[in-house]
Ligand binder design. Structure first.
Ligand code: SF4
Length: 281
């Protein structure tokens, strides 16, 4: 028969505490109320995130005064809505390459977008591009061909690139999510969170001088905001040391041609940064 069954509750508790002391777990039960408060505070202090320093939309767009997301916290015009991902919290991947990232991606089934996709749309273009365009995700044509921006919106993007005095082969084009969302719906937050680390690695490897986010999803994923793109398009931001400009997605321009002039203004800012001359008539 178990001798502990004859012990009083107090005796059992004392025996258990002695056992904890033998295991050097004394602090575990010394004062749980104080320990609890200390733990919460210290964890909060250790995990406090430095928000991305984003200048207010009212600041002059021609003055790209921006700070690195790794710098000290600065009041931001845009809300910081999510903590850094594990990828961002870690150092950049050593000896990374576009080929290695593609290998790591493999026949990815990390999120539900894998279920209905035809092809993963990894990205294409110049691996040493000074300019990278980032869209939201593949559409039907992209899903069939496995290439980004090859549908109607893609043709318009090609025209925009050429109007900037470049060819498609000069730039790199990719998306936040690499599989087509069903019915071209907006990617869910968890899908963006799962897929975007591969985009971050692509951007780190390419190391462009400028990133142009096409549409809200790309800008929101890189700037960690839920703000409407109309509030901050046309302004330079900093993304891990690279200038980032957000503008409207070509698909939006197909539906709202009047917005083309605003996009052209944004692209002219990019051209000025890269020293490009317009071929637009
Ligand atoms: S969207 Fe990205 S994370 Fe999701 S299955 Fe496709 S490649 Fe994988």
């Amino acid at each position: 028969m178990d001798s502990s069954s004859s012990q009083t509750p107090r005796e059992k508790l004392e025996a258990w505490l002695r056992y904890c002391e033998d295991l050097n777990l004394g602090a575990f039960y010394t004062d749980r109320r104080i320990m609890g408060k200390r733990s919460i505070k210290s964890v909060a202090a250790k995990t406090a995130l430095a928000p991305i320093a984003i200048p207010p939309a009212a600041s002059a767009p021609s003055t790209p005064v921006v700070a690195s997301p790794r710098t000290a916290p600065v009041a931001s015009a845009l809300p910081i809505v999510s903590p850094a991902s594990l990828f961002e919290a870690s150092d950049r991947v050593e000896n990374d390459s576009l080929e290695r990232i593609r290998e790591d991606l493999g026949d990815c089934t990390r999120c539900r977008l894998s279920k209905q996709r035809n092809k993963i749309v990894y990205g294409s273009g110049n691996a040493r591009a000074e300019l990278v365009f980032v869209g939201e995700g593949p559409g039907h044509d992209e899903d069939v061909q496995g290439l980004p921006f090859v549908g109607r919106a893609g043709k318009l993007l090609t025209q925009m690139i050429e109007a900037m005095g470049l060819q498609r082969e000069d730039v790199y084009i990719c998306n936040v999510v690499k599989c087509r969302p069903p019915e071209n719906r907006k990617p869910e937050n968890d899908e963006v969170a799962t897929c975007s680390p591969y985009l971050f690695r692509q951007l780190d490897v390419i190391g462009p001088k400028a990133i142009v986010c096409l549409g809200a999803t790309a800008a929101q994923a890189l700037l960690k905001t839920t703000d409407s793109i109309s509030r901050f398009r046309g302004t330079w931001f900093d993304y891990r040391g690279t200038k980032l400009m957000a503008t409207y997605h070509p698909a939006y321009l197909l539906r709202n041609p009047a917005a083309k002039s605003e996009v052209w203004k944004d692209l002219q800012e990019v051209m000025a940064l890269l020293g490009l001359k317009s071929k637009k008539t």
